[in-house]
Design a protein around this ligand. Structure first.
Ligand code: ZN
Length: 350
C-alpha cells in the first residue's frame, strides 16, 4: 500500500478521510441493521482500518508510532460513535416503525365479510334449520352410482343428457364424476340413516357449461329431502312457500308446473310470484309475474329401493335450486360470472 518514507502521510490521510465518512454515515443511520453493516464496513476484516494495520510493517520504523496512534484514535472514535448510536436506537425502540405511540388513534383494520353466495347459503340453511331440518354435506367428486344410478338414471337414460357431466379418469378403469347436483348426498344420507329424514344439502356442483350471463361450469345448489310416513305433496307445497316467503322477506304466492326428473314422480318446476312487481309483470320476471326458482317432486319409489327403504311404508319429497340464482334475483345481479371474478368492487356491496 505504501512505499517507505512517504507511507506515513498517505496512511494517516486515508484514515482521516475514512473516519469522516464513517462518522457521518453512523450519524445518519436509523436502524440497528444498518448500524451492524457500518460496523463491519469500517472496523471489520475488509475495512480500511485492517488494510492500514497490515501496511504498518512496511513503514520505516520511526514512522510506525505515529500511524499506530492514528489507528488507535480512528478505532476508538468509530467504536464510540457506534456504541452511542446503538444506545440511542435502543432507547427509541429500534426501527422507527416499531415505535409504539399510544396517543395515536387506532388504525382502521377492515375485517372483510362472507361472500354473497355464502351469506345466501347460510341464510337459507338457517330458515330450514328453523323448520327442523338437519344439514348434510358430501364429496364433490363422486361415483356414477351416487350421482346417477341410485337416483334412477340408469346408464344410457336420456335424462343424463340434461346434465352435461364432467368425468374424472381415476386411472383404474372406473369413472368418477364431478357431481352434477347435490342429490348424491341425499342417497348417502338415506343409506346411513333410517327414516324419518329431514335434511338440506348445500354445495358446489359442476356441469360442462360455457360461461354466459346465466350459466357457469361451477355453481351452488341447495336441496332438501323430507322422508317420513304419510308425507304428501301438500307438505311439499307448504314447505316451499314457507322458505320462499322467509327468504324474500314477504308473503309470496307459488306456482308448480309439471316437469320431469328421474328421481321424483310426480315432478314440478316451482316459481314464486315476482317480489319486484308483485305479479304484475316487470323486467326481472320478463313480464310474466313469476320467478322460476327450481325443481321439486315426490321421491321416486326406485330411489327408496336403492337405499333400502320400503316405498310402501315411507314417502317423501325433494326440491332443489341454485344459490347463485337466488342471490341474483334478490340483489338484482345481472351476470353469474360476477360471483367468481373476485372483483372487490362487486363483493364489497354485499
Ligand atoms: Zn316482476
Amino acid at each position: 500500500v505504501a512505499s517507505k518514507g512517504t507511507g506515513k502521510e498517505k496512511l494517516t490521510a486515508l484514515l482521516e478521510k475514512t473516519e469522516t465518512k464513517a462518522l457521518s454515515a453512523i450519524a445518519d443511520t436509523k436502524s440497528s441493521a444498518t448500524l451492524d453493516e457500518l460496523k463491519r464496513e469500517y472496523l471489520g476484516k475488509k475495512s480500511v482500518l485492517k488494510q492500514v494495520n497490515e501496511s504498518l510493517k512496511d513503514l520505516a520504523t520511526e514512522e510506525r508510532p505515529e500511524v499506530g496512534r492514528a489507528i488507535s484514535s480512528y478505532r476508538e472514535k468509530i467504536a464510540a460513535a457506534i456504541a452511542e448510536k446503538e444506545e440511542k436506537l435502543q432507547k427509541s425502540g429500534g426501527e422507527p416503525s416499531d415505535i409504539v405511540d399510544l396517543t395515536l388513534p387506532p388504525r382502521n383494520q377492515p375485517r372483510g365479510h362472507y361472500h354473497l353466495i355464502t351469506q345466501v347459503e347460510r341464510e337459507l340453511v338457517d330458515i330450514f334449520v328453523g323448520l327442523g331440518y338437519q344439514v348434510a354435506e358430501g364429496p364433490e367428486v363422486d361415483t356414477d352410482w351416487y350421482n346417477f344410478e341410485a337416483l334412477n338414471f340408469p346408464p344410457g337414460h336420456p335424462a343424463r343428457d340434461m346434465q352435461d357431466t364432467l368425468y374424472v379418469n381415476r386411472g383404474n378403469g372406473t369413472d368418477a364424476v364431478l357431481r352434477t347436483h347435490t342429490s348424491p348426498v341425499q342417497v348417502r344420507t338415506m343409506e346411513k340413516q333410517k327414516p324419518p329424514v329431514y335434511v338440506v344439502v348445500p354445495g358446489r356442483v359442476f356441469r360442462q357449461e360455457t360461461l354466459d350471463a346465466r350459466h357457469s361450469p361451477v355453481f351452488h345448489q341447495l336441496e332438501g329431502l323430507a322422508v317420513d310416513e304419510s308425507i304428501t305433496m301438500g307438505d311439499m307445497f307448504g314447505t316451499i312457500k314457507t322458505f320462499l316467503s322467509a327468504f324474500f322477506g314477504r308473503d309470496v304466492r307459488t306456482r308448480f308446473l309439471p316437469s320431469f326428473f328421474p328421481f321424483t314422480e310426480p315432478s314440478a318446476e316451482f316459481a314464486a310470484s315476482c317480489v319486484f312487481c308483485d305479479g304484475v309483470g316487470c323486467n326481472v320476471c320478463s313480464k310474466t309475474g313469476w320467478i322460476e326458482v327450481g325443481g321439486c317432486g315426490m321421491v321416486d319409489p326406485n330411489v327408496f329401493l336403492a337405499v333400502g327403504y320400503d316405498p310402501e311404508v315411507v314417502s317423501g319429497f325433494a326440491f332443489g335450486f341454485g344459490l347463485e340464482r337466488m342471490a341474483m334475483l334478490r340483489h338484482g345481479i345481472g351476470t353469474i360470472a360476477s360471483f367468481y371474478q373476485n372483483d372487490v368492487r362487486v363483493l364489497q356491496q354485499f
